[in-house]
Design a protein around this ligand. Structure first.
Ligand SMILES: [Zn+2]
Length: 306
């Protein structure tokens, strides 16, 4: 079983359990207006995929991320309530299937797909999950047709959107989209709001890069900025500061234990992140977070970035 399939499966499983417990809540996407011509879409009732954003107006339709095949119908329903028009540009924040799972459908309908260049490379080398659950080559229409290395800008619907790369963070192909003239930013999975994040070391992510990415964005926001996280509810500057503080503290706590020569097993026994249990969720529990930070500290050491 591939790494991606494992991730997706464990996300779906952890959420389907809670859905069953709450007696089959129907899933849907809620739209939140964050500025004129700009909406955040967040899934409710279960795990629908990463948070989306959509810009609509005279110039066309720009969608940021497109969730996963299992939630395509409810996503289309939510998008239709905002605009009857098809998607002109689709920006992918990164490669994961819960953010890019409907790329082929969008591409076939004529959307121009845009992403950081490493994201396209990952899609080509790792493929995508097919309808039967098996990995297969990424269909041509699912691939970005426009890529960038550092940044690019969109000027549509009265919005100035600065799309920029955050290196070695959640993956090595992360992009954030900063709508500079309306003070909104979509961070993709470089922010999980109020819940433990996932860092995909296998796709070039890193602990220090993840923290650095959040600090970079912190330098761009103010008290009024609306921050769309990849997962979790709409965030603000304080939420971002809380995330950085939690990550830096977790890195310091576990870094000290690593310096003392403790094994992962010994660290887990100490449960050093117990004070952050409120951040635990189905996919990244406190134990998984502890393992992830441990690995992140070790890897950063190996890279000489410690
Ligand atoms: Zn992700």
């Amino acid at each position: 079983m591939s790494f991606y399939r494992l991730i997706l499966l464990s996300i779906i499983l952890s959420f389907s359990v809670s859905a069953k417990e709450s007696k089959e809540v129907a899933m849907s996407w809620d739209a939140i207006k964050v500025a004129d011509n700009l909406y955040m879409l967040i899934g409710v009732g279960g795990f629908t995929g990463g948070n989306l954003a959509i810009s609509v107006g005279y110039d066309g339709v720009v969608l940021i991320d497109d969730a996963m095949p299992s939630t395509l119908d409810i996503m289309n329903k939510a998008l239709k309530e905002i605009t009857p028009n098809s998607i002109d540009f689709l920006i992918n924040t990164h490669v994961h299937g819960d953010h890019t799972g409907n790329n082929e459908v969008m591409g076939k309908k004529g959307a121009w797909i845009v992403a950081q260049q490493n994201m396209r490379r990952h899609l080509l080398s790792k493929g995508v999950q097919g309808a039967d659950g098996k990995m297969m080559d990424a269909p041509k229409k699912s691939l970005p047709v426009v890529t960038f290395s550092q940044s690019m800008d969109f000027h549509l619907n009265g919005l100035d959107a600065h799309v920029f790369h955050l290196p070695h963070a959640h993956t090595d192909g992360d992009a954030a989209v900063h709508f500079t003239n309306v003070n909104v930013i979509h961070m993709g999975d470089t922010l999980f709001n109020k819940i433990f994040p996932f860092i995909d070391f296998g796709s070039g992510g890193s602990l220090d890069g993840y923290i650095e990415a959040q600090k970079t964005v912190l330098g761009l926001v103010d008290e009024n900025t609306k921050i769309i996280p990849g997962h979790g509810v709409l965030a603000n500057k304080k939420d971002l500061e809380n995330s950085i503080a939690m990550l830096e503290d977790a890195r310091a706590i576990i870094g000290k234990l690593v310096d003392e020569g403790k094994t992962q097993e010994e660290v887990l026994k100490l449960n050093p992140l117990a004070k952050y249990d409120a951040w635990s969720w189905g996919f990244i529990t406190t134990e998984k977070m502890t393992k992830q930070i441990y690995k992140g500290v070790i890897l950063n050491g190996d890279l000489g970035n410690k």
